[in-house]
Design a protein around this ligand. Structure first.
Ligand code: XMP
Length: 326
């Protein structure tokens, strides 16, 4: 029968067969798919896999630690963390257009990953070896959508690479190609990955940059990160994580409104809560969160994040609104 254990065993055997004695690299995004793909390949070939995690400074609170500490603890995988916070911050300075933000982030990501891959290739070369494979978390629905072809050397998806330079051509290892998302989560649990990774809700590649409306600065990211952490905590505490598809928190960084707190007048930023229910993100409905939950979120965010003095709720379905604001 098609049990999770047998999926793991068969996939691990297939990876060993494909990769043989070669080396592989895997870009971790912090999301479920790349984590499970990396964990599977690690189980198959151990230290001959190197995982690369680019910290672009656009992540949510605790996400780097989740990869750096929890993923490594669960898998024993060899991990290289590239700190690119400055680089991405500089590249995004002054940019407000959503598409331009996405393009810049995609470009910087490729540059950073290529640099890391080249360094690792050099290192492998010194040991008389070569990195021949790139691991990708392509799922069955992605395979169907793209017409079923398998390719070489594409780091897939919106924010990712179109093609790598000649000296960085890799063959692909795609251990999740036959699986749906729920199966990927089961495989992740079977491999011992923590709930925080396995049950993570979708989070866009460009990260918090497309949830700061206006120019992205480290200070604005910090404000959004703090508000987002509170919202996630409260949704988890209320047991609603499985009911909502995701709940972006958006910072309207170019809008300020007057408020009052204690004896003082405030002039702060609004955040928008965007809780949605969805099957596949193609369409979505706004989630009717219980008033008590909204109340706790509102109270905590305005008390604990001094820059924010207003919490608002987005009650737009998709269409016409997209899930993300940019
Ligand atoms: P929209 O905003 O188009 O989002 O309704 C649909 C789903 O896709 C996610 N999303 C992205 N995921 N890279 C990703 O990996 C991206 O550039 C990106 N943009 C949007 C979004 O969070 C939602 O789940």
């Amino acid at each position: 029968t098609w049990t999770t254990t047998s999926i793991v065993d068969e996939t691990v055997a297939a990876i060993r067969e494909q990769v043989g004695n070669a080396r592989a690299i895997c870009a971790l995004s912090g999301g479920v798919d790349s984590a499970v793909a990396g964990a599977l390949v690690n189980r198959a070939i151990g230290d001959r896999l190197t995982c690369v995690f680019v910290d672009h400074g656009l992540l949510r609170s605790g996400e780097r630690a989740q990869v750096e500490r929890d993923f490594v603890a669960a898998t024993g995988a060899r991990l290289v963390v590239v700190d690119a916070v400055r680089q991405f911050g500089d590249a995004l300075a002054g940019v407000t257009d959503p598409e331009e933000k996405r393009k810049i982030i995609g470009r910087e990501f490729i540059r950073t990953f290529e640099r890391a891959a080249r360094d690792l290739q050099t290192e492998a070369g010194q040991a008389g070896e070569r990195i021949e494979y790139l691991v990708q978390g392509t799922l069955y629905p992605d395979v169907v959508e793209s017409g079923g072809g398998t390719g070489t050397a594409n780091i897939k998806s919106h924010h990712n690479v179109g093609g790598l330079p000649e000296d960085l051509q890799f063959d692909l290892v795609e251990p999740l190609r036959a699986l749906f998302k729920d199966e990927v989560r089961k495989v992740g649990s079977e491999l011992g990955l923590p709930e925080t990774i396995v049950q993570r809700q979708p989070f866009p590649g460009p990260g918090l940059a497309i949830r700061v409306i206006g120019e992205v600065t480290q200070q604005r990211l910090a404000v959004l990160r703090a508000a987002d952490a509170i919202v996630r905590e409260e949704l988890t505490a209320s047991g609603l994580d499985r009911e909502i598809w995701q709940c972006p928190v958006v910072l309207l960084a170019d809008v300020q409104s007057v408020g009052v707190q204690g004896d003082g007048r405030t002039y702060g930023y609004p955040v928008v809560l965007r809780p949605v229910s969805s099957e596949d993100a193609m369409t979505a409905d706004w989630t009717r969160l219980p008033y008590e939950v909204l109340e706790r979120i509102s109270t905590r965010v305005t008390n604990e994040v001094p820059e924010v003095n207003r919490v608002t709720l987005d009650v737009t379905s998709k269409p016409p609104g997209t899930i993300e604001w940019e």
